[in-house]
Design a protein around this ligand. Structure first.
Ligand code: AMP
Ligand code: MG
Length: 344
């Protein structure tokens, strides 16, 4: 398949380029576009024919529902049965890296929701994404723009590697802001919202708006998900070919010891460590790279998938140092625990 690749500077947007991509959406074609979380692979979310192409390009199982991306608050009323009281709360987080699961209206095709009577809706904060949706005039169904099972793409080279030749259009649009997928919150299970997938919007922020929030154990990535509520979670989002060993955050010396002991089991491991520990690994002469720091969990999140893609199949083990389950750290640890074959 011929793929058109265009570059758009989010700080100096050439609207004509976005209009061309929006026309492709109108013609039921597939368009990869940047968002503030990760790159998305989009198509007309009201067209069964178009949405089918997303599943085909990714090799995504049909029972894993997609997120409908919208460009305004009004769209929540158009595609879901949301009450005005709830919409007032939801609105406070829009646009942003958070997805709301709500009862769907008839107009949303079953292929988008994997036959469920609920639909996941998100209004992204990226200017290119917002304009693309606006110009297309339809909601855009979009999962992450990676081959199913690979880490979500955060750099242009990731989308080109995974999607070139498989989609009609690729928009390259600068750096992603967060680097991990949106927080998914279910608003259909009684009064208390449930976090189905932790993401850039942390529970503390959600509590401020919704009051009580339920964080199931599977949101931490420690146990299997309840597949009925969180259908996508039964697929390991990322299972590297190289074994990934996760060392949970603990006392400084204990952590470094565990990492060094574990590294002796392999011929050519890489240690993906915290900035604060780098000097120690340097001293021991082991192969390491800095994945993030204890100081800024957002930096860790934004580099996470990039580092995992960089070293998968290049070493015989990735030993990763973890962070605490707080703020965006919950989302980082969820992804790492699910990718790990061993947790220490
Ligand atoms: P992805 O597009 O790969 O970032 O994944 C979308 C996520 O949203 C998946 O984990 C799905 O389980 C979740 N999701 C989408 N639609 C629904 C829905 N109707 N109910 C519950 N979760 C959903
Ligand atoms: Mg995905």
């Amino acid at each position: 398949m011929e793929t058109i690749v265009v570059e758009i500077d989010p700080l100096n947007i050439e609207e004509s380029k976005i209009k061309e991509a929006a026309n492709a959406i109108k013609e039921d074609k597939t368009v990869v576009f940047p968002t503030e979380t990760v790159y998305g692979l989009g198509a007309n979310g009201l067209s069964e024919n178009a949405v089918k192409k997303i599943f085909d390009a990714k090799g995504r199982p049909y029972d894993n529902p997609l997120i409908l991306h919208v460009a305004d608050v009004r769209s929540f009323l158009e595609y879901t049965y949301i009450s005005y009281t709830l919409l007032e709360k939801v609105e406070r987080l829009l646009p942003g890296p958070v997805t709301f699961v709500l009862k769907k209206k008839e107009i949303v095709p079953n292929i988008v929701t994997a036959g469920k009577d609920t639909v996941a809706v998100r209004m992204p904060a990226h200017p290119v994404a917002l304009k693309l949706i606006k110009f297309a005039g339809v909601p855009i169904a979009a999962p992450s723009a990676n081959i199913s099972g690979k880490p979500s793409p955060t750099l242009s080279e990731h989308v080109l590697k995974d999607m070139y030749g498989k989609v009609d259009y690729i928009i390259i649009g600068g750096l992603v802001q967060f680097g991990i997928e949106s927080t998914v919150i279910d608003l259909t299970q009684g009064k208390v919202p449930i976090i189905l997938r932790p993401g850039p919007i942390p529970p503390e922020k959600l509590k401020e708006i919704f009051g009580d929030i339920f964080i199931p154990e599977f949101a931490y990535g420690r146990t299997e998900a309840d597949y009925v509520k969180s259908p996508g979670m039964k697929y390991r989002h990322y299972a590297p070919n190289t074994p990934l060993i996760l060392v949970e955050q603990s006392h400084f010396d204990l952590m470094i010891n565990k990492v060094l002991e574990e590294s002796k089991n392999y011929h050519n491991p890489i240690i993906l460590c915290l900035k604060e520990h780098a000097n120690y690994f340097k001293k021991y002469g082991v192969n390491f790279d800095i994945i993030g720091s204890e100081e800024n969990y957002y930096e860790f999140a934004v580099k996470l998938f990039e580092m995992l893609r960089k070293y998968d199949e290049k070493v015989d083990a990735m030993i990763v140092e973890g962070i605490e389950d707080r703020g965006i750290g919950i989302a980082v640890m969820n992804r790492l625990r699910k990718a790990a074959c061993k947790i220490l």
